[in-house]
Design a binder for this molecule. Structure first.
Ligand SMILES: [Zn+2]
Length: 255
């Protein structure tokens, strides 16, 4: 039975550790030290590394983990920006990690080669900096239509999928979500629950996709109240979800 644990790192990253018996795999190890520490304390052997994109806070620890834990499969996109990837994967690739099947999804927008890993068996999605609790990643390299399509790809997964994002940004995202959807009762309830978790230093993650579909404005770009709000913030010549997404992302960048 797969267990998934957050290893906090830097100011607000989670390095997700998958554990099955004495074996482990890690997603986006930006720092090796807290991972090695956890492996040693719990007598776990690292057997795979999964990478979503090239940013340093996601891959910075890969070299040291390979030095310490021996040759391992390192899954990730094929790009010169990630030379330590030795098992390049792409849209539709099926991989097995700790006996669990994962499907690879290409979700460009935050970066152009960004990947996500979905396991139907584990009900788990590792989505790096694409989807966050009540928000989404900054659009460093993509366009609004590209990133909105990536988010819609994630939105189409089974609603009971648990979302393991790479940062604890939920409370700040919820403040923005409330500005976009002031009348969303489920959003206010989520804000109460997640604020209570953070008050005792518990992660707000993983969240369920069903909750994101109801409370994350970036997944609700076709909802009438979101379209109306977006049109009040910026001139919105086209009322398609990608234009609405663009307005929300620009608004959030200066929020
Ligand atoms: Zn990033």
């Amino acid at each position: 039975m797969l267990e998934i644990r957050p290893i906090p790192a830097f100011a607000d990253n989670y390095l997700w550790l998958l554990v099955d018996g004495g074996r482990a795999a890690v997603v986006d190890p930006g720092d090796a030290a807290p991972v090695l520490d956890h492996l040693a304390r719990h007598k776990l052997q690292l057997s795979a590394i999964l990478l979503t994109h090239h940013h340093a806070d996601h891959i910075g620890g890969v070299g040291a983990l390979l030095d310490e834990c021996g040759p391992l499969p390192v899954y990730g996109p094929k790009t010169p920006r990630m030379p330590l990837v030795n098992q390049p994967v792409h849209e539709g690739s099926a991989i097995e990690v700790l006996g669990q099947s994962f499907t690879v999804l290409e979700v460009p927008g935050h970066t152009l080669e960004h990947l996500a890993y979905f396991s139907a068996g584990a009900r788990a999605l590792f989505c790096g900096d694409t989807l966050f609790g009540a928000g989404c990643g900054r659009m460093f390299e993509g366009t609004p239509p590209m990133m909105q399509a990536s988010l819609q790809k994630l939105a189409a997964l089974p609603p009971d999928t648990l979302i393991y994002c790479a940062h604890e940004y939920t409370l700040s995202n919820l403040r923005f979500a409330t500005a976009v959807m002031p009348d969303n009762a489920q959003l206010h309830e989520r804000q109460r629950q997640d604020a209570a978790k953070r008050a005792v230093n518990e992660p707000t993650l993983p969240s369920a996709l069903a909750l994101e579909l109801a409370t994350n404005p970036f997944l609700r770009c076709a909802a009438p109240e979101v379209v109306t709000m977006a049109a009040s913030v910026e001139d919105l010549p086209e009322h398609n979800p990608a234009s609405v997404f663009g307005v929300l992302r620009r608004w959030k960048d200066r929020f």
